[in-house]
Design a protein around this ligand. Structure first.
Ligand SMILES: NC(=O)c1ccc[n+]([C@@H]2O[C@H](COP(=O)([O-])OP(=O)(O)OC[C@H]3O[C@@H](n4cnc5c(N)ncnc54)[C@H](OP(=O)(O)O)[C@@H]3O)[C@@H](O)[C@H]2O)c1
Length: 272
């Protein structure tokens, strides 16, 4: 189905909203069908730069009222007040990108039976290479799921989970995930410099190696373990390095880190 003319109303026009709006415009969405409400005039100016035809204003209720799909893109701390004031009509789909706010909490704020989709995006959505995971309340129709996939797809790739409790694991893996890869890039860059490589070259070695590795895994579709074996000749440099990492129990360490992140996500959801 062609969603490119559907009316989408964003409440909150910050980083995540701008990433999704830029993606929708790149994909050919009708600019006049996209509306955004944000109280900050500087933010409104940045939004208008995305397209002169984008509907930008400060009235949350007006933006929500005119939309087939309402996207809540404010910080979790202000979401309760915003959601309660929006008051969706029958037939409107509400999508929240707020980290840690559960579907029952959203439904409680928006009204029982409101079709709600929760999305966990990640930072690379800012360049259209994000990973978003979605889950829905039972009242969300198949057509509305397709609408939500279309929206989240503007920021990169998408996947659905049916069991909302898995969103905590998703947060630990893909939500926080970019930070793990940045840390690895930081280590590669710093070590390259320590070994005498010029700073600008050291940065390139780290970033381009990360980019190329991600692209290779994505484009070949081969399991990472198989691709790793392809660069690991017996007795060679890579094998020597990997042995040091395995001796340092890198797998156990990462397992513990991800489990700690998952538990923290559960705690934050409980406090919200
Ligand atoms: N950025 C990411 O990488 C990322 C990743 C995953 C999930 N998320 C989720 O995305 C949501 C938005 O994050 P963000 O990084 O885009 O935050 P952000 O850049 O701070 O954007 C939020 C925007 O909402 C505006 N706002 C505040 N109160 C409002 C209200 N009552 N009505 C309408 N707009 C209001 C803010 O204006 P002021 O600045 O004037 O307050 C700001 O422009 C969060 O819930 C976050 O959990 C973000």
């Amino acid at each position: 189905m062609d969603h490119s003319k559907s009316t989408i109303g964003f409440i909150g026009g910050g980083n995540m909203a701008q990433a999704l709006l830029a993606g929708l415009l790149r994909a050919g969405h009708e600019p006049a069908a996209l509306r955004v409400a944000d109280p900050d005039p500087a933010q409104q100016a940045r939004l208008q730069e995305l397209s002169p035809d984008l509907g930008v204003g400060a009235d949350n209720f007006a933006v929500a009222a005119a939309a087939e799909m309402i996207v809540l893109a404010v910080k979790p701390q202000v979401l309760a007040g915003v959601a309660q004031a929006v008051g969706p009509r029958a037939g409107q789909l509400v999508v929240s990108v707020a980290a840690g706010i559960t579907l029952p909490t959203l439904e409680n704020w928006l009204g029982a039976g409101t079709p709600c989709v929760r999305v966990m995006p990640n930072q690379p959505a800012l360049v259209g290479a994000g990973m978003s995971v979605l889950c829905a309340t039972p009242s969300v129709s198949d057509a509305q799921r397709e609408q939500a996939t279309y929206l989240a797809g503007a920021g990169g790739d998408t996947a659905w989970v049916e069991d909302e409790s898995l969103m905590d694991a998703v947060t630990a893996v893909s939500g926080s995930g970019p930070a793990y890869f940045y840390l690895l890039m930081e280590i590669l860059e710093a070590t390259a410099r320590d070994m005498g490589i010029a700073p600008e070259v050291a940065r390139k070695l780290a970033v381009q190696t990360a980019l190329g590795t991600g692209l290779t895994a994505s484009e070949t579709g081969s399991p990472p373990a198989e691709l790793r074996k392809m660069v690991t000749s017996p007795g060679g440099t890579t094998q020597t390095a990997l042995e040091v990492l395995e001796q340092g129990k890198i797998r156990e360490l990462f397992g513990m880190a991800l489990e700690a992140a998952r538990r923290r996500s559960v705690e934050l959801g409980r406090d919200a």
